[in-house]
Design a protein around this ligand. Structure first.
Ligand code: NAG
Ligand code: NAG
Length: 395
């Protein structure tokens, strides 16, 4: 019996492991995902004052509801703007973020034509979502050949740390070829509650449910490094121009990581942030105004020394939406949900999983053989007993 139980477990493990990459249904839940406002797609209705006011109030309430936290905040503008060093000066300077009202910010993001996806672009993007199942939580990442080993280490971390603590979720792995921002919109519409995008260098700690819970409460969460570079040092001016933002205004913002996104299924986040971000990703003038190889390396200490493509656009749009309170959308330092471990690789994890799968498959074969043998033996015994009984009765 014990042997049988072990073999059955092996068989279950086999079924489970074989779905490692595509989808990992798991039960025990530590994250209690609350019902959040339903949003069934990006609405293409005409943007009227009602909608703008609704979003502006939502934005205001949201920012007011976020209390104190231990943030890496650095909203001091530097006089010496030609520098990547952290700002030391606290002298108040030109801070347009404080005079722009939530209503003005939302209006700009929602009504500037070059920030909006056209109906056709949106339709194409939403088509991509057809094959993705609707789940409470969707975790997405993108595969690329040169990060294959890093991705194995990422799956090891997801498998050991995250999957056992969440439920009703699905993992999507994209083949990069499309811009990941378009993919993000296609996924977020299928995430009933929370959508998490992560680069292959992200390693969660067991504290991650706290960060997920914050994203569910406040609409989104991201990560800012303690000493991030300022945004325009690592962004081309053309991108800021496309996004209608002044270089000096952006000087006070340090970079947040676009490689980790925790977004609630939330109309404000989708329409005022994801939508303009996806549109930017479709425009060369915005995402990639000059040859990428010329701006990939961040060396020197001057403005626009390099470009971070989607991350440059993300940081600018985050500032446009949340203004000086942008830092509230980053996870406070005392929560520590993850590490960014570029170069953390595991070249054998998938292989070892295959060994586990092979062992489980062998176990499954043994289970089947044992079951067949047991059934045959039982049947034979029953037949023999019946025959013996009949013979005894008849005689
Ligand atoms: C900014 O720094 C770069 C590199 O150190 C230098 O070449 C450039 O002349 C500086 N620009 C200004 C306006 O100081
Ligand atoms: C890779 O994953 C395997 C299987 O979990 C583990 O035994 C091994 O230590 C990992 N290697 C590295 C370099 O982390």
């Amino acid at each position: 019996m014990v042997l049988c139980a072990v073999l059955v477990l092996g068989f279950v493990a086999f079924l489970y492991q074989s779905r490692l990459i595509v989808s990992c249904p798991q039960e025990p839940a530590e994250v209690q995902i609350e019902e959040s406002e339903k949003f069934t797609g990006v609405e293409r209705a005409v943007i009227g004052d009602d909608k703008i006011n609704y979003f502006a109030n939502k934005l205001k309430e949201r920012l007011e509801s976020i209390g104190e936290g231990d943030w890496p905040k650095r909203n001091y503008i530097c006089e010496e703007i030609n520098s990547t060093a952290p700002c030391k000066s606290r002298k108040p300077c030109n801070r347009p973020w404080e005079s722009r009202t939530p209503e003005e910010r939302v209006r700009e993001l929602l009504t500037t034509p070059r920030f909006q996806l056209s109906d056709k672009q949106l339709e194409t993007i939403l088509k991509l979502s057809e094959s993705i199942p609707e789940k409470d939580l969707i975790i997405a990442s993108a595969i690329s050949g040169n990060h294959f080993y890093e991705m194995q280490a990422m799956f090891k971390n997801l498998h050991e740390t995250v999957y056992p603590r969440v439920k009703n979720f699905h993992t999507v792995l994209f083949d990069l070829g499309l811009s990941k921002k378009q993919l993000e919109i296609s996924v977020i519409v299928k995430a009933r509650k929370l959508f998490v995008y992560q680069d292959s260098s992200i390693r969660w700690s067991t504290q991650f449910p706290k960060a997920f819970a914050r994203a569910l409460r406040y609409g989104q969460q991201t990560i800012a490094l303690v000493y991030g570079d300022n945004v325009p040092s690592n962004s081309l001016k053309q991108t800021l121009d496309y996004l209608n933002e002044d270089v000096c205004n952006m000087r006070q913002f340090e970079e947040m990581q676009a490689g980790i996104q925790m977004n609630r299924h939330d109309s404000l986040v989708i329409e005022a942030l994801m939508n303009p971000w996806a549109r930017c990703a479709l425009e060369e003038a915005c995402i990639c105004p000059i040859k990428p190889s010329a701006v990939i390396k961040c060396t020197g200490k001057h403005l626009h020394r390099c470009h971070r493509f989607d991350q440059s656009a993300f940081n600018t749009l985050m500032a446009k939406l949340y203004g000086a309170e942008r830092y509230k959308m980053s996870v406070p330092r005392n929560v520590h949900p993850l590490k960014i471990q570029r170069g953390d690789k595991n070249s054998t994890y998938f292989k070892e999983q295959q060994v586990v799968v092979a062992a489980a498959a062998a176990a499954a074969v043994v289970v089947v053989v044992v079951v067949v043998v047991v059934v045959v033996v039982v049947v034979v015994v029953i037949v023999v007993v019946v025959v013996v009984v009949i013979v005894v009765v008849l005689l």
